[in-house]
Design a binder for this molecule. Structure first.
Ligand code: HEC
Length: 212
């Protein structure tokens, strides 16, 4: 028995296949002949990018942008966010509140971009350094622990000595998240048992026992 759900079921009700084919052929012929008649929407009198034109003296159809033009969405008015400066000084605060998600994102970005040289703990002894690249300072030296957090943003933005800029690879917001995560690393190397919430302390003992 024919299945009720077969795709043929609703098909060809009342129309004989031969007549349908004739109709389709007629449509195809119409499309071919009628299509050749009008071309004005296909060939438009317009210039394409990088075309030549005798209209302008320099022969280019594109006009150079006015000096100082800013692309939409690229107007960087927020000094703190984009330059880490406030009133001309390196800022020691974040341009937006750092949530746990921001720190997690900072950790992820740090692990991708910075660990090859700075190592997972920030000691400065990453794999590339072990292979001969100049060693960066540890993030745990007093000077960098006391440096304003904006300093880390600026190092990533502008580069520093033999370290090149990360501005092309890390977006401004992510640079701040990495800077925040560096603060976490710094704290992790200088924490005392008092910094650990009391409820968490037994876990530390368990971990220490487990690692032995
Ligand atoms: C290819 C290796 C390399 C990578 C990757 C790298 N750095 Fe560096 N970094 C260095 C070196 C080398 C120095 C020391 C430069 C100098 O003093 O000439 C340095 C210095 C620094 C300093 C210290 C500046 C100071 O005041 O002394 C900071 C902060 C820093 N890097 C942050 C970062 C961050 C954040 C990242 C990831 C986005 C990163 N670096 C990625 C090599 C690297």
């Amino acid at each position: 028995m024919k299945s009720k759900n077969s795709w043929r079921d609703g098909d060809s009700v009342g129309v004989k296949p031969a007549r349908r084919w004739r109709g389709l052929l007629g449509l195809a012929a119409l499309a071919i002949f009628a299509g050749g008649c009008r071309q004005d929407m296909h060939i438009q009198p317009k210039y394409l990018p990088y075309q030549e034109t005798p209209f302008f003296a320099d022969g280019r159809d594109e006009r150079p942008v006015v000096p100082g033009t800013v692309a939409r969405g690229h107007l960087r008015l927020d000094d703190l966010l984009y330059t880490a400066k406030e009133n001309g000084e390196v800022a020691d605060k974040f341009p937006f509140p750092m949530t746990r998600e921001d720190l997690e994102r900072g950790r992820q970005r740090y692990n991708i971009y910075c660990t090859p040289c700075h190592a997972y703990t920030g000691s400065g002894n990453g794999m590339i350094v072990q292979r001969g690249f100049p060693a960066p300072p540890s993030f745990h030296i007093d000077r960098l622990r006391q440096a304003p957090v904006g300093h880390f943003y600026q190092v990533m933005t502008d580069g520093y000595g033999s370290m090149y800029s990360y501005a092309a690879r890390v977006e401004p917001e992510d640079r701040w998240r990495i800077a925040a995560y560096i603060r976490v690393l710094q704290l992790s190397q200088h924490a005392t048992i008092e910094d650990v919430p009391e409820v968490e302390r037994p876990k530390l003992n368990e971990q220490a026992a487990g690692s032995r």
